[in-house]
Design a protein around this ligand. Structure first.
Ligand SMILES: C[S@@+](CC[C@H](N)C(=O)[O-])C[C@H]1O[C@@H](n2cnc3c(N)ncnc32)[C@H](O)[C@@H]1O
Length: 267
């Protein structure tokens, strides 16, 4: 069970509101040692953060697009591969639906590359963390961050429930459905361990293949699937693959990418 908690008394009303929205129990005291409590979603001045329950628990998971690690990702070669896979540069204002948004890192990279990104996240707690990170970046002082997140729009929903009118706007659907194997970095390990425990369901593998089937039936021009480098493809053989050091992007080309005039959202 995940419980909601205010980081300080001044955040009690916001915590109560969030608990109501997410239909989660509100925990007033600092004691989360009850066995039933798996994690605590904390509301405070820095937005939302999720941490495993227990006093000795590892650091919290939060979405901070301004963090050094996100800025570092900007310069990574993997971004270039992701950009190539979705077709950055082929048309202006490329629109991508990230149908498995997670903590929004890949979406942020795509928005930084100039794409307009619709994010869909079906786990309400993960979507809440993401919304908090987007709001914080949009309200922050960094003009680069504000510009990037102005190109990102979140739907707290299963991607398959998006209306056809939304799907028709998209050029590409991007899927990263699987939690990757453990990373070498300790911080990432903790983050992924908590996420895997809370959100990776046993059916995720089967679900991922059906998500690809769904994506290929939508009106988009291509579907891109992120896979561990040596894993089998999710569906039949892709049109082509772009290989990095640890991951691979399988590209299913359904038709040529062409520009459709869509009005820009105002930041
Ligand atoms: C491996 S994580 C994605 C990580 C993400 N690419 C990032 O950069 O942070 C997969 C996420 O997809 C979400 N998900 C899986 N199937 C989904 C669906 N059908 N619709 C929306 N979200 C989905 C899961 O809840 C999970 O948060």
């Amino acid at each position: 069970m995940i419980v909601v908690q205010a980081a300080a008394p001044g955040w009690a009303a916001a915590a109560a509101e969030l608990a109501r929205e997410l239909a989660l129990p509100l925990q007033a005291s600092d004691d989360d040692s009850t066995e039933a409590v798996a994690a605590v979603l904390r509301v405070g001045a820095d937005g939302l953060a999720l941490r495993a329950a227990g006093r000795a628990a590892a650091g919290a998971v939060a979405v901070d697009f301004g963090a050094g690690s996100m800025r570092h990702r900007r310069r990574g070669g993997q971004n270039e591969l992701l950009g190539r896979a979705v077709g950055v540069g082929k048309i202006t204002g490329l629109r991508v639906l990230d149908a498995t948004a997670g903590l929004g890192r890949d979406s942020f990279v795509l928005a930084d590359l100039g794409c307009r990104v619709t994010l869909a996240e079906r786990e309400p707690v993960v979507a809440a963390l993401l919304q908090s990170g987007l709001r914080r970046a949009a309200a922050g002082a960094d003009p680069w961050l504000r510009q990037v997140v102005a190109r990102m729009e979140l739907w707290s929903a299963d991607a398959r429930q998006l209306p056809l009118s939304q799907l028709e706007l998209q050029d590409v659907i991007y899927l990263d459905p699987m939690f990757p194997p453990r990373d070498k970095s300790a911080a990432v390990k903790k983050e992924m361990a908590l996420f895997q425990r809370l959100f990776a369901s046993e059916s995720a593998g089967r679900d991922a293949a059906s998500l690809l089937d769904w994506a290929r039936r939508t009106p988009v021009a291509r579907v891109v699937v992120k896979r561990p480098l040596k894993a089998a493809s999710l569906g039949d053989t892709p049109s082509h693959s772009i290989r990095g050091k640890a991951v691979r992007y399988d590209v299913y080309v359904l038709r040529a990418l062409t520009s459709t005039p869509v009005p820009e959202r105002q930041p």
